[in-house]
Design a protein around this ligand. Structure first.
Ligand code: 16G
Ligand code: ZN
Length: 534
């Protein structure tokens, strides 16, 4: 390893601008783009070390600030199985980003010693970036340490976050999961999608399903991906992309805007009852919506998408006659009506975890098929390898009934449309369309599954948000003493009331969530809980 060169480039081109409080948060580092170059340079070094730690397994580096505004940028590391960086290394990442320039080399040596890394082991890093202009020079910063650390880089340029996760998994499974190219990604998902609509017995005329969707691409990288799917799926799904990059990234558009404002994005097509989807700036979040003839806005958030997927999977599993343990993972933000629907109507178990994709992902791995979604639209389904194998074998088993085979073939195709590595807005959109097609539903029928309980989220500014500590998947707070009792007492005055508070992992605020049987109660309880937090 050429330490002298690493040190010299660090001091000359990527000096630490003394950001003492930066932190590898729930989704990596995120800040103003001009502040981040040294963090990117250092994270590339760290990723190479991590790859050597795994004796050359590919590690991903995604340069994106997701739904943040255009002047921000960020970086996150993707582990070999396509998952988010392990918690232990998140801590190292934070320390490593903060060390002064003069201690950088010493820190690298310390990580090597402590993690018992073979300096001469091979290393491979896979880089992607979103459409932000700052991403060009930042990906150069990420490539810089390669030659001094005996590593190999595969730079895929502008891609979506889920595509990067997919590529990492493909490389590390020696392409068992899929072909490790962007074309491989599109081909895998598109052909499975088309196949799902050409399964024998299923080609019946659809009376309600409309194979047309309007996609708000947040003026981000998802626009390219959506256009590519449009091309590949031409007769199957008519994709109309708007906010396709001509406007400002994430400005009054995208999944985050639509979910928070409960309103359509800029440039929304004006016709009522159009089936619309909004994705975010790096295409890992999805919500659906439509506007009716009274101009009323109807949202399908992560909860509604999750329920559609769970109900479909449940039907297929039942029809197949196989014993497969299906479960849903949600966070405290999931609307209570959605949880009730899954447990009481679908009779599928629901588990809760803390906010943050990695927590949901890990919990979902405990089911044979685990579906997980945050209400904000981030989620996917994961299937145990042995279950996938069993399903595939079952499809070619001659002793099963045609009804069972049909269900298993459908399930087998459906699995290939899922990006199991991470929540993927476009893969999720194809899943939704596959299900709506299979059920022959229009968007209004989907809406009728259940109605959300009225709810509200507030941000409360406090001096130190870390005073609030939580337990039970963030549904109860343990500190400050007495606060939970106070909340319980307030909530008990409202029938079907629910409320929890937690410190945000991405902003310097406390988040307060309230749910009641009517909006008036929600507003009243919200004001009371916010006051209690102050
Ligand atoms: C991050 C998380 C997202 C979570 C959000 C919560 C990932 C990839 N992203 O954006 O899942 O909902 O943080 O933010 O894990 P908060 O802590 O400010 O509420
Ligand atoms: Zn995102």
């Amino acid at each position: 390893m050429d330490y002298a060169a690493i040190d010299q480039i660090s001091r000359a081109d990527y000096p630490n601008n003394n950001l003492k409080d930066i932190q590898y948060g729930t989704a990596g580092f995120r800040m103003r783009a001009e502040l981040i170059p040294h963090v990117v340079y250092r994270m590339a070094i760290l990723s190479i070390l991590r790859s050597k730690f795994f004796n050359g397994a590919a590690i991903g580096l995604m340069i994106t600030a997701s739904h943040n505004e255009e002047p921000d940028n960020g970086i996150k590391i993707v582990d070999p199985a396509g998952e988010m960086l392990e918690a232990d290394w998140e801590k190292i990442a934070t320390e490593f980003a903060r060390v002064p320039d003069s201690e950088l080399i010493e820190k690298i040596k310390e990580i090597i010693r402590e993690k018992n890394i073979d300096e001469n082991a091979p290393a491979l890093i896979v880089i992607g970036r979103d459409t932000r202009e700052s991403g060009v020079s930042l990906s150069q910063a990420a490539i810089k340490p390669i030659e001094f650390m005996k590593a190999v880089v595969k730079d895929f340029g502008v891609i979506t976050t889920p595509q990067l996760h997919y590529l990492v998994v493909c490389i590390n499974t020696k392409e068992l999961y899929g072909v490790a190219t962007i074309e491989g990604y599109f081909d895998k998902l598109s052909s499975a999608f088309k196949k799902s609509q050409t399964v024998e017995d299923k080609i019946v005329k659809k009376l309600n399903y409309k194979n047309e969707v309007y996609v708000d691409a947040a003026n981000g990288v998802g626009a390219f991906a959506a256009e590519k799917f449009k091309e590949q799926l031409n007769n199957f799904l008519n994709i109309n992309v708007f906010n396709n990059g001509d406007g400002k990234l994430n400005y009054k558009c995208g999944a985050d805007f639509v979910k928070i404002h409960q309103a359509p994005p800029l440039n929304n097509p004006s016709k009522p009852y159009l089936k619309c989807a909004s994705i975010d700036g790096d295409a890992d979040r999805l919500v659906y919506y439509y506007v009716d003839e009274k101009n009323e806005f109807n949202l399908f958030d992560g909860d509604k998408i999750a329920i559609l997927i769970v109900s479909y999977l449940k039907e297929l599993i039942e029809a197949s006659g196989l014993s497969i343990k299906l479960g849903l993972v949600q966070t405290a933000y999931a609307n209570g009506a959605s949880t009730n629907y899954v447990t009481e109507i679908l009779k599928v178990p629901v588990a809760f975890t803390k906010t943050g994709v990695k927590h949901l992902h890990h919990r979902a791995q405990q089911f044979d098929i685990g579906v997980y979604f945050e209400a904000n639209g981030h989620g996917t389904a994961i299937i145990k390898d042995e279950i996938v194998k069993m399903i595939r074998e079952f499809v070619s088993d001659k002793n099963v009934s045609s009804q069972q085979r049909c269900a298993m073939t459908e399930l087998s195709n459906f699995i290939d449309i899922i990006n199991q590595a991470v929540g993927d807005a476009l893969s999720d959109m194809l899943l939704v369309e596959t299900i709506l097609y299979a059920k022959d539903w229009d968007i209004v029928t989907w809406k009728q599954c259940y109605s959300d309980f009225p709810n509200k989220q507030l941000k409360v500014k406090v001096v130190d948000r870390n005073i609030i500590k939580t337990t039970d998947a963030e549904r109860k707070c343990t500190s400050p003493i007495g606060l939970q009792d106070k909340i319980d007492q307030l909530v008990s005055q409202y029938p079907k009331g629910r409320s929890f508070v937690r410190p945000s992992g991405t902003e310097d605020i406390i988040r307060v969530y309230i749910e009641c049987q009517n909006q008036m109660d929600v507003d009243k309880l919200a004001a009371q809980v916010a006051l209690a937090v102050h």
